[in-house]
Ligand binder design. Structure first.
Ligand SMILES: N[C@@H](CCC(=O)N[C@@H](CS)C(=O)NCC(=O)O)C(=O)O
Length: 289
């Protein structure tokens, strides 16, 4: 009887062990827990104050494939700065490096950002960000399930905001422009509603701290704020005068150090967008979304 029980225990242990090995091709400690040096993140202020230094003293285990102009990669850059973990910053020349086999092997879509941590390779900015926030156990990913769900609702809705903004920016035929502007205002109204729903807790989208939702949206609002006034008759803040919570959120984001450190120059965005609008870049890019 005892012999039978003992062999049952041994078999169960073996099944569990094989399952764990099968699921992960690397030592569990490396995959699920960050190395001891990053297991307990330093307090936010300390992390922020030396985040650039940490980029230089990078660990080969964590690599960030990025391009300085990419708003999607900027999302992940903000997260890395917030986490304060050392990483290797790998610049990818778009149109060249991302077309090569070694890059496509990491991301078959050939796009930045890509994050590599030990043997794990992750792409799609929002997925990278969830992966990083969970790996390094950050409040950027709320523990509360309802908050997590609302965070993801905002993250998904950012795509609609992006599409609405760039289609409106790209259009100069009056009738169609009015319709596209309305679509943009509808997206802003949705975001305003989400912010107001959380207003008793904070001016963030979810809970009382900045989360991945705020980070997913910011790079696109940064570009909208920089370029709207240059290509449309009214400035960005004027456009948002009926959306006070949204404007307050944007201003709050501008005070966050990790966000400030990733921002571009207004004139550079305007210059870059002049070329992109001229060759109808946004219509072409958004046709596939
Ligand atoms: N959905 C992707 C979009 C990433 C993306 O579009 N990245 C652009 C740069 S901003 C890219 O790598 N483009 C290269 C190409 O399409 O050839 C994400 O969220 O990561």
């Amino acid at each position: 009887m005892m012999g039978g029980f003992a062999s049952l225990v041994v078999i169960s242990v073996l099944i569990i062990a094989c399952d764990a090995i099968g699921r992960r091709s690397q030592p569990a400690a490396a995959a699920l827990k960050p190395p001891a040096t990053v297991a307990a993140p330093a307090p936010a202020a300390a992390v922020e104050s030396n985040s650039d230094q940490r980029e230089l003293k990078s660990l080969p285990q964590l690599k960030f494939y990025t391009n300085g102009r990419c708003p999607y990669a900027q999302r992940t850059w903000i997260v890395l700065k917030e986490l304060g973990v050392p990483y290797e910053h790998k610049d990818v020349v778009l149109g060249k490096d991302n077309k090569e086999a070694w890059f496509k092997q990491m991301n078959p879509n050939g796009k930045v950002p890509v994050v590599q941590y030990f043997d794990d390779v992750v792409y799609e900015s929002n997925v990278c960000n969830e992966y990083l926030a969970e790996t390094f156990q950050s409040s950027l990913m709320p523990a509360d399930l309802q908050q997590r769900a609302r965070m993801r609702i905002v993250m998904q809705r950012v795509d609609a905001f992006v599409k609405a903004f760039y289609l409106y920016l790209s259009c100069n035929k009056p009738k169609k422009e009015a319709m596209l502007k309305q679509k943009l205002m509808d997206e802003i109204a949705f975001l305003e509603m989400m912010l107001k729903a959380n207003a008793s807790k904070s001016s963030w989208f979810v809970g009382d701290k900045m989360t991945l939702a705020d980070i997913a949206l910011f790079p696109f609002v940064e570009r909208a704020a920089a370029t709207h006034g240059a290509f449309k008759k009214v400035g960005w803040e004027e456009l948002l005068k009926g959306s006070r919570a949204f404007l307050a959120w944007y201003k709050k984001m501008l005070t966050v150090k990790s966000v400030q450190e990733t921002m571009g120059k207004k004139e550079q965005f305007v210059e870059m967008y002049k070329g992109m609008l001229k060759n109808q870049y946004f219509q072409r890019a958004l046709a596939t979304v």
